[in-house]
Design a protein around this ligand. Structure first.
Ligand SMILES: Cc1ncc(COP(=O)(O)O)c(C=O)c1O
Length: 462
């Protein structure tokens, strides 16, 4: 390995060469240009780069090592000392997204390194790298590489009933990225408020507001989002999770879908369908297809690989009403130059080879078993919990009696090394909801799930 640093020596100056090298290195470490543990070239290499004799570099390195700024690591040369003092300080973190350490993780949406299809994904990625030409290695089209949009439309039609064309499909860096683009497109169209379900994804509300759109919370009833408040508030866009309401889990009734579409047609409104766990219906009976085909002209369909594969891939997609496609492309032009072409080609290969279908088939079996374990454990250790919603998705919502103290329960669970989220945090007005828990069950195997619920039961009894 040949490492590189930027140093300059002046042969005509009064200062000896070794001192010049040492001074510059010292300054760079102090300024933070050379971070702790940065590797340095070997004395032989640096001597060659600077056209000085090796002994000059050795002398400089030894001097700084003596000062505790550099250290030599056996077998791998010289580096900046791990504890070297630099002036660079860690920035203050405004939003702390770090997860407290816990043995049992029941947070919804947590990926599981054991179930990720490493071999299949690697083979798709390898084929993508080997066959990539301009599309893939050059700037990809803003909508995403052609191969992936074609594969996505075929997959989404087959599995989710979505109606679309590759030309009105946009590949995004996950749903969050797509939502940011939609917010910008809505502002462009003069829409400044967006109705969101209450309850809904807590961080999504904040994200929308940060994107310049005010959110209006609309309650979710047994059939889905309430329609009257939509008319009453005068909003012209709504974000819904019709197949599997997040976080409650209830699907929107067919009648409510019709009513919602009628609202959109009456008011010229837009419906954003967040199909975040599309296709992960675990029980074949009563499986819900996407809502988008009810009105492809008024519904923006959004999907993501975060639940189907892993959030780390940052892959999502939008199937846009034709009227919105150009404006969404236009707002994207101002923000980025397209997504990760190689990743998109790999995902196209993954879909084309049937690897996603195979993976989801295996996952449904696994998740069904885990869901069963969760049910049994709740019945045994937390009988006070009442479940909301059907056997679907990757989490369940459980309510607790009015008298339960949700916040304390979550804190006590954490004290027992169980990371779990309360239900009320998802509500715009938490006081109106029963205390509850949102239980994700993908991060652990069955014995882990059972033990985590046993500990929650213990915390509840306390
Ligand atoms: C309701 C909802 N929508 C969307 C997403 C996925 O977002 P992304 O694709 O940006 O990972 C999640 C993931 O947690 C979610 O819970």
């Amino acid at each position: 390995m040949t490492w590189h640093v930027v140093l300059e020596v002046r042969r005509d100056g009064p200062e000896p060469l070794g001192a010049q090298i040492a001074d510059q290195l010292r300054r760079q470490v102090e300024q933070g240009r050379l971070a702790p543990r940065s590797r340095l070239p070997s004395s032989r290499q640096l001597a060659e780069d600077l056209r000085v004799s090796r002994s000059v570099v050795v002398e400089a390195y030894e001097k700084l090592t003596g000062e505790g700024l550099l250290e030599s690591v056996r077998g791998s040369g010289t580096r900046v000392a791990a504890h070297a003092d630099t002036r660079i300080r860690k920035p203050v973190v405004l939003v702390d997204r770090t997860v407290p350490p816990a043995r049992f993780n029941l947070l919804p949406g947590t990926p599981n390194a054991v179930t990720f299809p490493h071999r299949e994904w690697t083979s798709s990625y390898q084929r993508a790298v080997e066959t990539a030409r301009y599309q893939g290695l050059g700037y990809p089209p803003l909508l995403g590489v052609d191969q992936l949009r074609t594969e996505l439309i075929s997959y989404l039609g087959r599995v989710r009933g979505v109606l679309g064309h590759p030309d009105n499909t946009m590949v995004t860096g996950g749903f969050a990225h797509g939502l940011g683009l939609i917010c910008a497109a809505l502002v462009e169209l003069g829409v400044h408020r967006l109705a969101v379900e209450d309850p809904s994804h807590d961080r999504q509300r904040q994200f929308i507001e940060e994107n310049g759109i005010r959110t209006v919370a609309v309650p979710v009833g047994a059939e889905g989002v309430e329609i009257e408040p939509l008319y009453a508030s005068g909003v012209r866009a709504v974000l819904v999770t019709p197949s599997h309401q997040f976080p409650l889990g209830v699907p929107m009734s067919q009648q409510r879908k019709q009513e919602l579409v009628r609202w959109a047609q009456d008011t010229g409104g837009w419906i954003i369908e967040d199909d975040y766990d599309g296709g992960l219906w675990l029980d074949h009976r009563g499986r819900h297809l996407a809502m988008q085909p009810v009105s492809p002209e008024r519904i923006i369909y959004a999907g993501t690989a975060s639940k189907l594969l892993a959030p780390g891939l940052r892959l999502g997609w939008l199937v846009l009403p034709p009227e919105l496609t150009r404006v969404t492309e236009m707002v994207r032009v101002r923000r980025d130059l397209g997504g990760d072409g190689l990743m998109q080609l790999a995902f196209a290969d993954f879909l084309r080879s049937g690897l996603l279908d195979g993976h989801l088939r295996r996952m449904r079996t696994r998740y069904r078993a885990q869901h069963g374990t969760l049910m049994q454990a709740l019945e045994r250790y937390l009988p006070a919990a009442t479940l909301v919603g059907p056997v679907a998705g990757l989490h369940v919502f459980a309510t607790l009696p009015e008298s339960a103290d949700e916040e304390r329960l979550v804190a006590r669970a954490l004290a027992r090394s169980v990371l779990v989220k309360g239900g009320r945090v998802f509500y715009d007005r938490p006081g109106t909801a029963l205390p509850g828990l949102v239980l994700g069950y993908t991060a652990m195997g069955r014995s882990g799930i059972s033990e985590a619920i046993r500990r929650i039961g213990e915390a509840y009894e306390e």
